[in-house]
Design a protein around this ligand. Structure first.
Ligand SMILES: CC1=C(/C=C/C(C)=C/C=C/C(C)=C/C=C/C=C(C)/C=C/C=O)C(C)(C)CCC1
Ligand SMILES: [Fe+2]
Length: 460
């Protein structure tokens, strides 16, 4: 194993004062590091010192609006003040609990879906270094939780809730200034679709317009609605837009079957024998156009598994977006979902294949009955088969693929995951990226909370 640090971020603290949060996504961010050097592993974890977390600790109560939780107003005047704060973004959380990325210039930033929740950390000490301030004047309050980050650029989407659409922006390493590549106007619906993530190809940016749309009214509500800050609008249909990276021009905008996805896996360009791009293929973890997964991720549901199979089915959804002017795109399962137990989410690929034709995806899958993805799966998109890892009672987090330096095969590398065990303990697990067999495991001295997404910081 090469030397370096795997960082994983996620919600990890759901109790403040004597109040218990209700949804997985509300928890205050806990950062975990696994540092690999000379065949040894050193692990550590720390809370991210966001303003929201510090205020909650100090006042022993919720002070900012989280994913589903809203601070209680003391009186009507305070409520009016808080509404004003919501529009300015002042009351929104900066709890950067969703992911962590290493920018091309080496800075490591923890992220959530509020722009103010972009927080720079030290990957060695896990210290919170401060807010990542965007120096441009693009404004807006939210962005995609998963920017596309390479050594050369940072691409993200800024949903526009006022004139439904998305700004597609990029930022160069060493700067804090995002520049507009182009804009996508929504084809339908009262608001843009939720864009937790989006994929890119070599030359194009794929902008999904999901019928699960942001909802300004739900943002204002004190109590969570069934779909939180979102609403399901099947009548508004679903679309996928394709923007040229170089020109910002939209080269395709197609209607697709209704879908629900949080995580795109990858995308690539399909070319004909003359080298012309004929279609874009974009793969995602697709929940069969069913939003119930959001409810299943309530803590009360996660903590009460009684042996019944309640995890909704999911599949590797493949969008086929023709570039010949046709108004429709396709969405189909790229592999038989039974290969991965009809559960799939929290995916990674070999980063060298970002935007390129690729063969393998790693993700959390399911061994049923379960109430949460409880297996790891390696999907072979060519042979349409999966290899699975499972241990009774274990809950693995996102399998993160790290290529072996000098590798020539796509799956030559290791897969890192952190496992939560039935008995409250946990361990770091390393699987061989090719055979998907265990290489090593290192037991933690105590259990860690479940986490979401990670990144690899190689040792220089
Ligand atoms: C704080 C505000 C918001 C925050 C949104 C956040 C924190 C969204 C996080 C979404 C995540 C972590 C999605 C992960 C999905 C994982 C799945 C489906 C796993 C499935 C397993 O089977 C907004 C909502 C943006 C509104 C403003 C305030
Ligand atoms: Fe995510």
């Amino acid at each position: 194993m090469q030397s370096g640090t795997y960082l994983r971020n996620g919600p990890g603290l759901w109790r403040i004062g004597n109040y218990d949060f209700r949804h997985l996504f509300d928890g205050y961010a806990t950062l975990v590091k696994l540092h690999f050097e000379n065949g040894r592993l050193i692990a550590g974890h720390r809370q991210i010192e966001s303003e929201a977390y510090k205020a909650a600790k100090k006042n022993k109560k919720l002070c900012y609006r989280e994913f589903s939780e809203v601070p209680k107003s003391d009186n009507f005047l305070a409520y009016v003040g808080e509404l004003a704060n919501l529009f300015s973004g002042a009351s929104l959380t900066d709890n950067a609990n969703t992911g962590v990325v290493k920018l091309g210039d080496g800075r490591v930033v923890c992220l959530t879906e509020t722009q103010k929740g972009s927080i720079v950390i030290d990957p060695n000490t896990l210290d919170t270094l401060g807010k990542f301030e965007y120096s441009d004047t693009l404004g807006g309050l939210i962005h995609s939780a998963h920017p596309i980050v390479t050594d050369k650029e940072f691409l993200t989407l800024l949903p526009d809730l006022v004139n439904p659409g998305y700004l597609v922006v990029s930022m160069k390493p060493g700067t804090n200034e995002r520049k507009v590549i182009g804009r996508v106007n929504c084809r339908h619906g009262p608001a843009p679709g939720w864009v937790h993530s989006f994929p890119v190809t070599e030359h194009y940016i794929v902008v999904p317009e999901m019928p699960l749309r942001y909802c300004a009214q739900n943002l204002l509500k004190a109590e969570p609605t069934p779909l939180y800050k979102f609403e399901w609008h099947p009548d508004s249909k679903a679309f996928v837009h394709v923007m040229c990276k170089a020109s910002g021009k939209i080269v395709a905008s197609v209607e697709v079957p209704l879908f629900v996805t949080f995580h795109f896996i990858n995308a690539y360009e399909e070319v004909d024998e003359d080298g012309r791009v004929t279609a874009i293929m974009a793969d995602c973890c697709e929940h069969n156009a069913d939003t119930t997964i959001l409810e299943k991720l309530k803590l009360q549901n996660l903590r009460s598994f009684d042996g019944k199979d309640v995890l909704p089915d999911a599949r590797v959804g493949r969008f086929i977006i023709p570039l010949n002017g046709s108004p429709y795109g396709k969405l189909e399962a790229a592999v038989d979902p039974n290969e991965h137990g009809r559960g799939i989410d929290m995916c990674s690929i070999n980063p060298k294949f970002l935007g390129l034709k690729y063969r393998y995806a790693y993700a959390c899958g399911a061994q049923r009955p379960c109430n949460f993805p409880n297996a790891l799966t390696k999907i072979d998109l060519v042979n349409k088969r999966a290899k699975n890892w499972y241990e009774e009672g274990a809950v693995p987090s996102e399998p993160f693929f790290v290529p072996r330096p000098g590798a020539t095969e796509e799956d030559d590398g290791v897969v890192i995951s952190m496992i939560s065990q039935k008995n409250g303990g946990g361990y770091a697990l390393l699987l061989d990226g090719s055979t998907f067999k265990e290489i090593a495991r290192a037991k933690f001295p105590y259990g860690l909370p479940y986490g979401l997404h990670g990144c690899w910081v190689p040792k220089h």
